[in-house]
Design a protein around this ligand. Sequence first.
Ligand code: PEP
Length: 259
Amino acid sequence: AFVRRPLIAGNWKMNIDHMEAIALVQKLAWTLNDAEHDHERVQVSVFPPFTDLRGVQTLVSGDKLSIDYGAQDLSEHDSGAYTGDISGVFLKKLGCTQVLIGHSERREVHGETDEQLNAKLSAALRHELVPVLCVGEGLEVREAGNHVSHTLAQLEGALRGHSAEELTELVVAYEPVWAIGTGKVAGPEDAQEMSAAIREKLAELYSREFADTVRVLYGGSVKSKNVASILAGPDVDGALVGGASLDPEEFANIISFEK
Ligand code: PEP
């Protein structure tokens, strides 16, 4: 069977300025170093605000730290009259290797649609940025029992028209909106159920071989005390961590989980 390298990703959201970013990444790197973290075994990445990326790049490349980084969003366009937007061209030049697409806060606060996210996914692929595609249902959908179909529709909407060849390295993050920043964690069974459903859908849309290579993360109030049980599910390949990624020791403890 295909062995998927776990990924623990930190989404800083709109926290941490460019000075604080240097301190946070440095502290994280030291803590991982002290813990003799095996970067080959578990990949670590952070998603700072745009204004922090240059500082993070300088630090990571200068110190040869094995931490990947990416942006929290990108424009579907490469350049032009799009005031306030950021191009994948710029992100690539800053050494970003990944980019979040369709975080629930982008969908909610900025009204990003599946169609737009489909175009953003194209932009990420055009610039060789690994897309971390975020999907997941809100509380009402969960309570009505429609969480699987809702989440899979988001997945299909974003992927439509993209081939398996283009999507190598795709990461999908399942983030139930009711569990983000609320302290409510989906149960390990919920995380496994949805991760397996996502993988099944990928097998149906593409192939089993492709589906087996895609990493599916869980996100929503992940902490060091609950990470091991969530990642115990065979289809859960890592975590997207919001609040807890702002504390380097806590984040390092999450990274050091035993699977
Ligand atoms: C997130 O923002 O992707 C997230 C999962 O946040 P939190 O861990 O704070 O719930």
